[in-house]
Design a binder for this molecule. Structure first.
Ligand code: DLL
Length: 434
């Protein structure tokens, strides 16, 4: 269902005219209110007046996460602190936190974007939405919450944690929608099964899963296990939070990015040069309406491509393809580039394995080593050793064939890899310690 029919179906010409007006406006705002941007524009010898068409976007400077860190906490805010009504922060795995501030209008817009997103997944006011993203400085919980409330659904603000209890809550409150990371959804499903609660027997019908990369194969596995439409939602705290882009249930093929609020580009991660639609590269986003902390050409480091072909659902907004990982997630193993999602795709081809896996990278005698640990399902554990050896051999062969790297494979007992309540920790890279 479309939440905002007019905006979501704007003809491309009108959409682009609106984007240009808003782009000019945001350039004026940051140039006059954020010294950081004024310096960047001046260094390039441009003023906001240089922006006469959407193509002129490429004249503008990039913004990096490091710029937010360098200006911690409030240096990139474009309004007085009095006008900021909420703060969120993302810690990331390294370095200082990144702080983002929202004005009242930013929160309004965010709730609308999240509502559009969840509506695209099929959520309506009749639904009971169980939000198991963490509430707090992380944007997941409150972001999904705001969207579901805006739709008028019944929201259960469960947050992460107390995993056993959650399956009971879902059963008793008759949850029809589950919002959390895909790995936490699997953890909840598993814990439900041990408590005798099978998601397939609940009225549950939709999952809004995001905040971390996952594969198409994992979607199929989850849909089968849980009896739901497992939908992919994307976002990042710097730009807003969940709801920057979302799949529509009609097509499940790419995520509509709300172009009246965000202007996307794909660039070559190495050179920063813009790439044409259809080519994979790094997603760069310029916020068009944000007041608290507008961002010009923000480098997300997420890898995807843009698809402008018309969508069956009637939405005119561009689709980004399923996120293929982050530029900084790429492992270089003896010179070969490997993304964790490629490993996941190979593991998920095998019905005897579960989606719980971990990748351990190390160095022995100055050579990189790669070990893939993956949990078997219960049936396989009971099988004879010969079958396990065959499976291990088969996986090794696939890694060599498809990724070009030699990997050690370790089949693990069910439930032996630590579960996460939020984003999964897939990679352990011990090379840094050496
Ligand atoms: O993860 C916001 C969010 C919450 C999105 C809930 C969706 C659902 P951050 O913690 O700032 O914000 O992390 C943002 O997570 O740059 C991507 O690398 C990754 N990410 C988010 N959604 C997806 C997705 C939230 N659907 C970073 N697929 C982003 C792949 C995703 N990666």
């Amino acid at each position: 269902m479309l939440f905002n029919i007019k905006q979501e179906t704007l003809p491309r010409e009108e959409l682009e005219a609106l984007q240009l007006r808003r782009l000019q406006n945001v350039c004026n705002r940051v140039y006059s209110t954020v010294p950081f941007y004024r310096k960047r524009f001046d260094a390039l010898g441009i003023t906001p007046a240089a922006i006469r068409s959407l193509d002129d976007l490429r004249l503008l400077p990039f913004t990096e996460k490091q710029d937010l860190r360098d200006n911690y906490p409030y240096g990139l805010f474009a309004v007085p602190r009095d006008n900021i009504v909420r703060l969120h922060a993302s810690s990331g795995t390294t370095g200082k936190a990144v702080v983002v501030g929202y004005t009242a209008r930013d929160l309004e817009n965010w709730a609308e974007m999240a509502a559009r997103s969840m509506s695209a997944a099929g959520v309506t006011r009749q639904d009971v939405v169980h939000v198991a993203y963490g509430y707090g400085l992380f944007t997941g919980g409150l972001g999904a919450h705001g969207g579901a409330e805006r739709i008028g659904a019944t929201v259960v603000p469960a947050s992460g944690g107390a995993t056993k209890r959650q399956a009971y809550l879902m059963r008793d409150f008759e949850a029809t929608v589950l919002c959390c990371t895909p790995t936490y959804a699997l953890h909840l499903w598993e814990s439900g099964m041990t408590e005798g609660i099978n998601f397939r027997d609940l009225p549950l019908r939709i999952g809004c899963f995001g905040a971390e990369p996952w594969t198409e194969a994992m979607r199929q596995d989850m849909e089968e296990k849980m009896g739901i439409d497992a939908m992919n939602i994307y976002g990042l705290s710097e730009v807003m939070g969940p709801g920057v882009a979302m799949e529509c249930v009609e097509e499940k093929k790419g995520l509509h990015l709300w172009e009246d609020h965000f202007l996307p580009e794909i660039v070559d991660p190495a050179t920063g040069n813009p790439l044409p639609p259809g080519e994979e590269g790094e997603l760069v986003i310029t916020t068009l309406t944000k007041e608290g902390i507008p961002l010009i050409r923000y480098r997300t480091h997420d890898l995807t491509s843009l698809d402008y072909t018309p969508c069956k659902c009637g939405r005119t907004h561009v689709r980004i393809t399923r996120l293929a990982g982050r530029t900084d997630d790429m492992l270089i193993i003896r010179g070969v580039n490997v993304f964790p999602q490629q490993i996941e795709a190979i593991l998920m081809e095998c019905p005897d394995l579960t989606p719980n896996y971990q990748i351990i990278v190390d160095r022995a005698n100055n050579l990189d080593t790669l070990e893939v640990c993956v949990e078997m399902n219960d049936e396989l554990v009971a099988d004879e050793i010969r079958k396990l050896q065959e499976l291990e051999g088969g996986l090794k062969k696939s890694f060599k064939e498809f990724l070009g790297v030699t990997a050690k494979v370790r089949l693990m007992q069910p439930h032996s890899i630590e579960r996460s309540e939020g984003k999964a920790k897939r990679i352990i890279d011990r090379r840094q310690d050496k």
